[in-house]
Write a protein that binds this ligand. Sequence first.
Ligand code: FMN
Length: 303
Amino acid sequence: MIDMTVEIAGVTLPNPVMPASGTYEVDQVHDGFFSPSELGAVINKTIFLNPRPGNPPPRIWETPCGMLNAIGIPSEGLHNFLEEQLPRLRSLGPPVIVSIAGNSLQEWRDLAAAIDGSGSADMIELDLSCPNLEQGFIWAAEKQALAEAVSAVVEETTLPVISKLSPNVKDISEMAVIAEGAGTAAVSMVNSYLGMAIDVETRRPALGNITGGLTGPAIRPLAVYSVFATFQKIRVPIIGIGGIATWKDAVEFLLAGATAVAVGTQNFVNPLVMKEVIQGIAGYIEEGGLSSVRELIGLAHRL
Ligand SMILES: Cc1cc2nc3c(=O)[nH]c(=O)nc-3n(C[C@H](O)[C@H](O)[C@H](O)COP(=O)(O)O)c2cc1C
């Protein structure tokens, strides 16, 4: 038997594969494809405290081996999330990660306290890194702001806190060290890379928001490097994210030092991808004569 379990901050995940926030709708459960109960964890699209509309269209632009999005995180707000979405997430079976984003330290605190108080979350992920919000502040790009936001949340909750970091910085590993110092129980990396496209027909920026976040296989080598560069600098676990389209891509992240992985853009391309990744990792472990997925974590560092 292959042991696929991994542990993130005291929470046992049945396997290391989960969706990336914003790329997996609880209400569009992959009926007929696979059951979300097979996932390592489930996560919502980031919620804000108050309802917000998101960015003007166009919000999506296809790029070679990826996509730009400037959705801007439309949100129905905390109240609706607690009433409707969270119970659905909880009912799916795997550990529940709730992704939140605050516009101020007080909002971070209020959201964290409410999620903690709901009793329905296993971990809280802080989206400190969305690059395409209209008021465009990337908490994870400023050392002090990052430390303050993480500390504010940690003070409000006993749940493990995951800090989702931005690749739009000089050195993401340094930001991971700061998040760890502020009390984060894990980091997830990466969120999308700031970019843009110009429509040569209209001679205007292609996205309504002008800039957007680049995701998909195009960013994978950059994201793998981020995990590799961070692994030896922190003690808390890393959730590796960025361009995972096959099980081999996921294994790359594990070998680089990720304890778990999240699949994003590829969910739109292949609704079966997460199931295939789980099965592929298990097959790889078996063929390699190993017994546990945990044996893979960070192996690429043994140079
Ligand atoms: C359409 C779309 C919406 C996203 N929404 C969120 C979000 O609400 N919160 C968040 O933390 N990340 C969000 N992301 C970023 C993903 O969670 C992930 O970090 C990023 O897409 C990189 O992974 P990938 O290359 O596998 O897509 C979104 C990405 C896409 C493509």
